[in-house]
Design a protein around this ligand. Structure first.
Ligand SMILES: [Zn+2]
Length: 92
């Protein structure tokens, strides 16, 4: 029901809904896409690439980049480029 309403609202606004499998998104870094295993009790995502954000925010950014196909790039964006991409991504 929620997805149906969401798709209708998106259609009304000239947008589209992209569904992705969120499984494992908390176990990868949205900045460099490397696997970053953590327990459910670990609420903060911190990685060697320099990112330090809330676990859920990391997942949300990764889901967005997967939805937009950015995570499928052969060479993952790094550092400033990746942060800039994650922060500026918009669904047209
Ligand atoms: Zn990283």
């Amino acid at each position: 029901m929620f997805v149906t309403i969401l798709e209708w609202v998106a259609w009304k606004l000239g947008k589209r809904v992209i569904k992705i499998d969120p499984w494992g998104t908390s176990q990868h870094c949205c900045n460099c896409l490397q696997k970053t295993p953590k327990a459910l009790s670990d609420r903060w995502h911190q990685h060697d690439c320099g990112i330090s954000i809330h676990r859920d925010y990391n997942s949300a950014r990764l889901i967005k980049s997967v939805g937009l196909g950015l995570a499928l790039r052969k060479t993952a964006p790094r550092g400033k480029e990746a942060r800039s991409l994650c922060d500026s991504m918009r669904v047209e």
